[in-house]
Design a protein around this ligand. Structure first.
Ligand SMILES: Nc1nc2c(ncn2[C@@H]2O[C@H](COP(=O)(O)OP(=O)(O)OP(=O)(O)O)[C@@H](O)[C@H]2O)c(=O)[nH]1
Ligand SMILES: [Mg+2]
Length: 220
């Protein structure tokens, strides 16, 4: 038998704090639900404030605990949601391939990141709803790639509906962050904890109760 571990011994090697941001309706909550619970719903329940889920994965030989924060895309929650940027080690910026405005707003979200997140944050751009019919698509793969290249960030086309590239995107950002921590532990405050607000439990909402999620009128 190995050495006895006390109740406070960490069951993971790295705690990574990730943030999902992007316009309302692009599919941030569905991406997280697909990743954490492997489920999907076509009804739109807009996020009120902020929610989180916990997921543990392995990155090479490291046990990595992901604390994934799902922000409300609606403007009225901006004060609450931007408060969570600072402790984020990774940000998944999502747009919807059927919604040109959500793509145009990528530059505004990038500005929010510059203003509120730490300098060494790892950013990924996700083009969600890639399952739709070509006739419904408004933003091409090439446009998405070009935008990601402009900012020097990685790009994934995802579908929460069909489970396309969801775990790949999370694994890839976790791998990049773990590599960065190993190369530069000082920049991550020792490397195992992203700092900032710490939730209790495996999921929930902090600023507002998770039960306060309400149905939005512009369902699709
Ligand atoms: N076709 C398709 N629809 C999706 C996909 N992901 C999400 N949706 C739909 O898009 C709508 C909005 O999804 P949400 O995940 O609630 O959007 P959100 O980005 O969390 O929105 P806010 O919480 O308001 O910021 C829902 O009706 C989903 O069913 C996808 O991959 N494909
Ligand atoms: Mg949401």
């Amino acid at each position: 038998m190995g050495p006895k571990q006390g109740p406070r011994a960490a069951k993971f090697d790295h705690l990574l704090k990730l943030l999902l941001i992007g316009d309302s309706g692009v599919g941030k909550s569905c991406i997280l639900l697909r990743y954490s619970d492997d489920s999907f719903t076509s009804s739109f329940i807009t996020t009120i404030g902020i929610d989180f889920k916990i997921k543990q994965i392995n990155v090479d030989s490291s046990r990595v605990k992901l604390q994934i924060w799902d922000t409300a895309g609606q403007e009225r929650f901006r004060t609450i949601t931007t408060a969570y940027y600072r402790g984020a080690m990774g940000i998944l910026l999502v747009y919807d391939v059927t919604d040109e405005v959500s793509f145009e707003n990528v530059q505004n979200w990038m500005r929010q990141i510059r203003q509120n997140a730490t300098e060494n944050v790892t950013i990924f751009l996700l083009a969600n709803k890639c399952d739709v019919n070509p006739s419904e698509r408004k933003v091409s793969t090439e446009q998405g790639k070009a935008e990601a290249d402009k900012y020097g960030v990685k790009f994934f086309e995802t579908s929460a509906k069909l489970n396309t590239n969801i775990s790949e995107a999370f694994s890839s950002i976790a791998t990049d962050i773990v590599e960065n921590i190993k190369e530069n532990p000082d920049r991550y405050g020792g490397g195992s904890d992203g700092g900032g607000k710490k939730p209790k439990g495996n999921s929930g909402a902090t600023s507002l109760a998770s039960g306060s999620r309400k149905k939005d009128s512009n369902c699709c």
